[in-house]
Ligand binder design. Structure first.
Ligand code: TRP
Length: 333
């Protein structure tokens, strides 16, 4: 039986967070047997905002370890580093040539991120085209994306259709969003209107997958809430809503169960309870991570991402050849 292909990536712009885990990684683990999965570390994307080279290298390796520590099986998934497969950048160039300035200017993530910078790099503007290349190289059927990346998937679909119709061939498969029932959208603990982000300058806004129990509980105690002091799931209480989502996502309890459990209990106790379940959930992951993060596992990890890149490259290479041929490039040999 032919499995459908799923592809997704996470940027190594910091240590992965609770948001990456509950929103992405944990779901990837549940689907890994059912689909042909390609999961990569989007290092090319991460340099669209400035990265310290040493830190980037470290975070990229750590991301591979975190993928595995979270339960992704390297035997059945293709796990690789984006820059190891040069076709990503090459296809992005080709797609650039049929992408309009206007459509990229409308991307909300670009508008947000460019506002925070004085000199806006071309890479930041072009980010969605590189993402389209990632997806289209592998004939991906589904892409698990959060709300913030939906627009980028939309433009990927547009670019694929445009290319197919220009060159008169069914070169690219049109990908679809993969909506999982369990994917939670985790918001910043300091500003519940923003997604939890590993590049947040305020570390109290996010829980890193490597934070210690004490730090986790401290961060939850400091989480921004309102003054209602009633644990209730409401759009008027976004901070509490976020904490309920986190608690629910880990314990699998429904929101109404949680409201009942914490009825008449103030925010203080609720926050500690959330911190405890998060710390419990991350304990196992951290144990595995620290085991992998030792010199004796160096070659084990290198083998995983080298094998991943080899598999990915095999697929990407033939797709890019098809594309080069379609646009009229002379073949090498
Ligand atoms: N842009 C995604 C994010 O920041 C990461 C990413 C890069 C990605 N390329 C991708 C996700 C391709 C899915 C598919 O979350």
């Amino acid at each position: 039986m032919n499995k459908k292909t799923i592809l997704s990536g996470i940027q190594p712009s910091g240590i992965l967070t609770l948001g990456n885990y509950l929103g992405a990684l944990r779901n990837w683990v549940t689907i890994q047997h059912e689909y042909d999965c390609k999961f990569f570390i989007a290092d090319l994307h991460s340099i669209t905002v400035r990265q310290d080279p040493k830190v980037l290298r470290e975070n990229t390796k750590r991301a591979v370890m975190q993928y595995i520590a979270c339960g992704l099986d390297p035997q059945i998934n293709t796990i690789f580093v984006q820059s190891h497969v040069h076709e990503h950048a090459e296809l992005a160039w080709i797609l650039n040539c049929s992408t309009y300035m206007g459509e990229l200017s409308r991307m909300t993530q670009f508008k947000d991120k460019s506002q925070k910078q004085e000199n806006v790099g071309v890479g930041l503007f072009d980010y969605p085209v590189l993402m389209a290349a990632d997806i289209l190289l592998y004939d991906s059927d589904f892409v698990p994306v959060g709300e913030d990346q939906r627009q980028h998937l939309e433009i990927t679909r547009d670019l694929a259709k445009r290319f197919n119709s220009t060159y008169g061939e069914e070169i690219f498969k049109i990908p679809e969003a993969f909506i999982s029932e369990t994917g939670a959208r985790i918001m910043s603990l300091q500003d519940p209107t923003k997604k939890m982000s590993k590049s947040d300058p305020n570390p109290n806004g996010y829980i890193s997958l490597l934070d210690s129990r004490d730090v986790i509980i401290k961060k939850f105690k400091k989480a921004v809430t309102d003054s209602e002091n009633i644990v209730r799931y409401s759009d008027e209480q976004l901070g509490i809503q976020n904490l309920i989502n986190i608690y629910s996502s880990i314990t699998q309890k429904s929101t109404s169960e949680i409201e009942r459990e914490f009825e008449g209990v103030g925010y203080g106790k609720f926050k500690v309870a959330v911190g405890e379940v998060v710390a419990d959930a991350l304990e196992e992951i951290q144990k595995k991570f620290y085991e992998l993060n030792s010199p004796e596992y160096d070659s084990f990890l290198t083998e995983i991402y080298e094998k991943g890149a080899k598999t990915a490259h095999g697929i990407a290479k033939s797709k890019l050849e098809q594309v080069y041929n379609a646009v009229g490039f002379v073949s090498k040999a």
